[in-house]
Write a protein of this length. Structure first.
Length: 122
């Protein structure tokens, strides 16, 4: 269900669906840790459309966006900066996680998320 307080571009629906099906390994690994309330009982969406952007994960409980940054983000610094500013202006917190950290230290990533102030128990 779409959160009415967040802007939504329906033209991105098919792209978001394709991204979910593509099954990026880092995203799948993190998704297995946070979906269906496994992380503090929070509800996360994967490949969530917010405005003209598709974010990797969105937690409606805490208004947090989690982005997994891999090598494709190296060439998109300006795009990522614009996205982060846009999301921040909506009152969302953006947490960036390096793809290599998900692959090499998933437990460390989960511990960082457990301790992150934006994901504190409400």
């Amino acid at each position: 269900m779409q959160n009415p307080s967040l802007p939504y571009n329906p033209d991105l629906r098919e792209k978001a669906k394709a991204l979910r099906k593509a099954g990026n390994l880092c995203e799948v690994l993190l998704w297995q840790q946070i979906n269906k309330g496994k992380f503090k009982g929070y509800d996360f969406d994967r490949q969530k459309i917010i405005g003209n952007f598709i974010v990797d994960f969105y937690c409606r409980n805490c208004r947090v966006v989690i982005e997994i940054d891999g090598s494709t983000h190296d060439a998109k610094t300006e795009y990522d900066k614009k996205r982060d500013i846009f999301l921040g202006n909506l009152g969302l917190t953006v947490i960036h996680i390096m793809a290599r950290d998900v692959l090499q230290n998933l437990e460390g990533v989960m511990e960082m998320l457990r301790r992150h102030p934006a994901l504190a128990e409400k």
